[in-house]
Ligand binder design. Structure first.
Ligand code: IPM
Ligand code: MG
Length: 347
């Protein structure tokens, strides 16, 4: 079990440290952790947010535990040197095309969400976000128009095979849950979305037991706060998935609780909290490590098939929460280490 640990920037190192403690507490046979530099931290040390040595470590490992990247002091760098390029580069280089972002409300936290408790309580959804295409990876640049105006552009596109492979991930996930798949697009305006929708419908023929629906992204944003309980699995493109998954996090109480898995074909995966580097609270020992700890659970489940240990971690987090162990993001005052202690104790 060789796991790369890329802690990154801001609160990344603090939260990752607690997730590592949890993994170590499980006494897994053959567990080996290899650290590597990413993001602004890597830029300062190696001159690049994703240096070749880090990529080599990633390729030599079975899975990656990732903290966060992002650092305001790098905002003036050319785009290819900015911290975010580390995560985008890893997703692309390793073919991590399927991003799983589950959202459920933990018992006892119903009052802490941005929604009314009776609405929030029903949330149990999984967002599946395509991660290797869309406007994120299309041609982009700055140019000057003929009449001298500056113009920025980013090309949005999806090829049918890219849509097909994420569609299968969506349908398969739905088969293992409540068999409902909602595909989110903007087919009323975008050709990219029209192709997306056509291909999703084609693939649906192979999954007659899954109830497929389609929703425009603006409506999906509305439905997510109006009646989030209607969703089981949502499948969507890179940009829409980025936005809707942040929104979903507020519906369940805190972005400090949401884990994610980014999977390639096969067992390679990168696991990270969906929150960012939160530079405003970095280094203070107050960040909630639960999202990273829950990401470690997803790592055991998806890259190593260790369902029992994954469930144990999830139960330990739920247990700590119901004991009232809450970080500042949840209105409490438990520190990063204290939350780690509580989860380890529960294990
Ligand atoms: C995410 C983040 C990233 C993204 C950033 C850091 C590039 O917001 O994982 O959701 O936009 O994909
Ligand atoms: Mg995001």
């Amino acid at each position: 079990m060789k796991i790369a640990v890329f802690a990154g920037d801001g609160i990344g190192p603090e939260v990752t440290q607690q997730a590592v403690r949890v993994l170590e507490a499980l006494d897994l046979p053959g567990l080996e952790l290899v650290e590597g530099d990413v993001g602004g931290a890597a830029y300062r040390k190696h001159g690049h947010p994703l240096p070749p040595e880090t990529l080599d470590i990633a390729k030599a490992c079975d899975a990656i535990l990732f903290g966060a990247v992002g650092d305001f002091s790098c905002d003036d760098l050319e785009r290819h040197l900015r911290p975010e390029q580390a995560i985008l580069g890893l997703r692309k280089e390793l073919g991590l095309f399927a991003n799983l972002r589950p959202a459920t409300v933990f018992k006892g936290l119903e009052d802490l969400t941005s929604l009314r408790p009776e609405v929030a309580r029903k949330i149990d959804l999984l967002i599946i976000r395509e991660l290797n295409g869309d406007v994120y990876f299309g041609e982009k640049g700055m140019r000057t128009t003929d009449d001298g105006r500056r113009e920025g552009y980013d090309v949005m596109s999806y090829a049918e095979d890219e849509v097909r492979r994420i569609a299968h991930v969506g349908f398969k996930a739905a088969m293992g849950r409540d068999r409902k798949l909602c595909s989110v697009d903007k087919a009323n305006v975008l050709e990219t979305s029209q192709l997306w929708r056509d291909v999703i419908i084609e693939v649906s023929a192979e999954y007659p037991d899954v109830e497929l629906s389609h929703m425009y992204v603006d409506n999906a944003a509305m439905q997510l706060v109006k009646d989030p309980g209607q969703f089981d699995v949502i499948v969507t493109g890179n940009l829409f998935g980025d936005i809707l998954s942040d929104q979903a996090s507020m519906c369940v109480g805190s972005i400090g609780l949401l884990a994610s898995a980014s999977l390639a074909e096969g067992t390679m995966g990168l696991y990270e909290p969906i929150h960012g580097s939160a530079p405003d609270i970095a280094g203070q020992g107050i960040a909630n490590p639960m999202a990273t700890i829950l990401s470690a659970a997803m790592l055991l489940r998806h890259s190593f098939g260790r369902e029992a240990e994954a469930s144990r971690i999830e139960a330990a987090v739920a247990g700590a929460l119901s004991d009232g162990v809450r970080g500042g993001d949840l209105g409490g005052n438990a520190g990063t280490r204290e939350i780690g202690d509580a989860v380890v104790q529960k294990l």
